[in-house]
Ligand binder design. Structure first.
Ligand code: NAD
Length: 337
């Protein structure tokens, strides 16, 4: 059983910890925390050994009644691989200053740049590229969403070019201090970083993206336009989405026509934390007109990357050579449709 650690037990880290725990070929050895907050308390209550990133704060944890098992550096020595879920930019510092020095394999998240890590990951599109690698970046929630649906479209009909507009949630639900609260905030750099990021996974694809942030915390949505190489029908595309892993065509007509309703659906499915790991594609929006495909999808920013982290662990530790087998194993353990 391979030993995994989580460095940075926040929005993504705590979900990856639970997803790893659900597997039978890897286990969580420990997680790190900087602050003795409710997440630290619940982590210990769930049975995770907690290691502190700032050793001088041990007394604060003790005062809060939170058991400390050691320092982060002590945890790293016990691991086969660490999943670094610290805020963007911190992970690369950790790679240079800690992980490389002790020879520890590490996964980074989408807040880090591709270049310093060298390999970016999406299970469906490029699992094999990460086999045996020491450092891999699981791309951001939006890039994961784009790769999940563009890969099956490319396999079906060949993609000439993609143009996509990403409508981004302003902040995660627990992020009380971020905005906008009452504005639409365009990302005035074109392309937004998402298009170039897709190209780190699906090499050579012509993808241009524009983005804007809106005052919601629930999900992102994407409006996607794809010029196709081959002639296919709308039904062909819907069929490809039905068959694709971690893509879920949904009926807006079943009262699933908004991100709020999709989040309610995830709760009805009994998902931990109300998470939606798949990329929901609104069936009604899928339309092929004169060789061009149009569709709309949503992305649950807090959770779509979580199963990707599990697959990246399997690839890097060579627990499974075949990406599809890993995807199916992860999906089964996490109850993904
Ligand atoms: P977060 O702020 O919710 O959690 C980060 C955690 O790391 C916090 O617990 C924080 O205390 C801890 N931390 C901060 N500095 C640290 C350090 N030096 N050492 C150890 N721990 C430290 O952040 P998040 O939303 O989980 O994001 C983590 C990564 O995942 C980022 O790269 C982000 O871009 C990426 N990501 C986030 C989302 C999202 O929507 N939240 C989606 C996909 C990818």
């Amino acid at each position: 059983m391979k030993g995994i650690g989580i460095n940075g037990y926040g929005t993504i880290g705590k979900r990856v910890a639970d997803a790893v725990t659900a597997q039978d070929d890897m286990k969580i050895v420990g997680i790190t925390k900087r602050t003795p907050d409710f997440e630290a308390k619940t982590a210990v209550e769930k049975g995770y050994d907690l290691y502190i990133s700032v050793p001088e704060r041990e007394e604060q944890f003790e005062e809060a009644g939170i058991k400390v098992s050691g320092t982060a550096d002590e945890l790293f020595e016990k691991l086969d691989l660490v999943v670094d879920c610290t805020p963007g930019g911190v992970g690369i510092d950790n790679m240079e200053n800690i992980y490389k020095k002790i020879g520890l394999k590490a996964i980074f998240e989408g807040g880090e740049d591709h270049d310093p890590v060298g390999t970016s990951f999406n299970a469906e599109a490029n699992y094999e590229e990460s086999l045996g690698k020491d450092y891999v970046r699981v791309v951001s929630c939006n890039t994961t969403g784009l790769c999940r649906t563009l890969k099956p479209v490319n396999d079906l009909a060949g993609v000439k070019k993609v143009r996509a507009v990403m409508v981004r949630r302003a902040a995660d639900p627990n992020d009380a201090k971020k905005g906008p609260i009452n504005a639409i905030k365009p990302v005035t750099t074109v392309p937004s970083h998402h298009g170039p990021d897709v190209q780190t996974i699906i090499k050579g694809m012509d993808v241009m993206t524009m983005a804007l942030a809106v005052p919601t915390t629930l999900m992102h949505t994407h409006n996607i336009m794809v010029e196709l190489e081959d002639t296919v029908t709308t039904d062909d595309v819907l069929d490809a989405f039905e068959k694709a892993h971690r893509v879920l065509p949904v009926d807006a007509g079943l009262k699933l026509g908004s991100t709020a309703e999709l989040m309610e659906y995830a709760k009805d499915l009994g998902r931990s934390r109300g998470d939606f790991y798949e990329i929901p594609v609104w069936k009604e929006s899928v339309n092929v007109v004169d060789g061009e495909l149009f569709y709309m999808q949503a992305v649950h920013q807090e959770s779509d990357v979580v199963p990707e982290n599990v697959d990246a662990i399997r690839a890097m530790l060579e627990l499974e050579e075949d990406g599809e087998k890993s995807i199916l194993k992860t999906n089964k353990a996490m109850g993904i449709i």
